[in-house]
Design a protein. Structure first.
Length: 343
């Protein structure tokens, strides 16, 4: 190992976090012990706040300025750095925290719902719709339906979908009403949508899907897959003959657990009421590796595909060259740029 004085320093840094796992914990909730059952519940609106908003905390830690060197030596000039996050569950909370630290050199831009992009953000779904949508879903938008498993995903991704899939009808972009109490998720069977320009609070409903419909369920991430498979069940109940239901998630999490991945694959091949195909990215390499192994072990046609994020990240970095400041470049010497990825 070279002596510390011989180590090259970065004049500029780009930090890419493909999966910001703490985005699952961006909210606080009211939890209390149910007096009758003796169990924790978040169904009481007047319970105490107990959850820690970990997404904020980690964003602040990630942006913290390192302490000065020991011995009273002056701190070297810090290189400018920029941050990239992909398809967060929520963006505003994390962006407010990161921007408030003044530690990042990202140009501040308004969040663009059409591209799923902003000051610190890009979208894997946007890249998928633009470059990797398979022929069975892209050839005929008149027979294509995009369904979100809840209203939150509908609000995050609707504008992107209707822009990328030019000509898709308003009542072909739908969502399923979902409620969550504790660990229990309940999905209604109604297929809902909000027409553009309709400011009323009442959503419109679509009764059924036509014969031969192709449906893509879209979400940002999945843990157990229960929402995706539950959505497939709802859709096939409401459909005529020959409907095919696929799913996309930007992040395949599966509780970071190999048996959970195996259960997901088993459900994927469970029969006619299951998903007909599943698409995701390699934002969680270990989990996706388990998915690939589980698929390879089956002597059946492949029903899951992984989109690599490398091209999307490279495109983002190339479009935002980060110049070292004069002080950091002088401290860095000949090495002026570095890039790393945190999982």
């Amino acid at each position: 190992m070279p002596a510390p004085s011989a180590c090259k320093k970065a004049g500029a840094i780009t930090v890419v976090i493909p999966w910001y796992r703490y985005c699952q914990m961006e909210r606080t909730s009211r939890w209390a012990v149910n007096a009758e059952q003796g169990k924790w519940s978040n169904s009481d609106a007047n319970g105490p706040f107990l959850d820690v908003p970990t997404a904020h905390t980690f964003a602040a830690l990630l942006s913290a300025v390192p302490p000065p060197p020991p011995g009273g030596k002056p701190a070297p000039p810090l290189p400018p750095k920029q941050l990239l996050l992909l398809d967060l569950h929520e963006t505003k909370e994390v962006e407010d925290t990161v921007r408030g630290t003044h530690a990042w050199a990202n140009p501040v831009v308004p969040y663009d719902l059409v591209r799923g992009s902003g000051t610190y953000f890009a979208s894997a779904l946007d890249h998928f719709l633009d470059n990797h949508l398979p022929p069975e879903l892209s050839v005929d938008v008149s027979n294509l339906f995009i369904v979100f498993p809840d209203g939150g995903a509908y609000r995050r991704f609707k504008q992107m979908v209707v822009t990328r899939l030019a000509g898709i009808a308003e009542d072909h972009v739908l969502y399923i009403s979902k409620t969550r109490v504790n660990a229990e998720v309940r999905q209604a069977e109604a297929l809902l949508y909000q027409p553009e320009g309709d400011v009323s609070s009442d959503a419109h409903s679509r009764e059924a899907l036509p014969a031969g419909a192709r449906v893509l369920i879209v979400d940002d991430f999945t843990n157990s897959g229960s929402t995706l498979f539950g959505g497939a069940t709802v859709l096939k109940k409401r459909a005529s003959e020959d409907v095919k239901v696929y799913a996309w998630v930007s992040h395949f999490v599966a509780k970071y657990d190999q048996p959970t991945v195996q259960k997901f694959v088993d459900k994927l091949y469970a029969g006619a009421d299951s998903l007909d195909g599943f698409y995701t990215t390699d934002s969680n390499p270990t989990v996706v590796g388990w998915l690939t192994q589980a698929l390879a072990a089956r002597d059946e046609p492949v029903r899951a595909w992984v989109m690599p994020l490398g091209p999307l990240i490279a495109q983002w970095v190339a479009a935002r060259p980060l110049e070292a400041t004069a002080a950091s470049a002088a401290a860095a010497g000949p090495a002026v740029s570095g890039c790393c990825s945190l999982q």
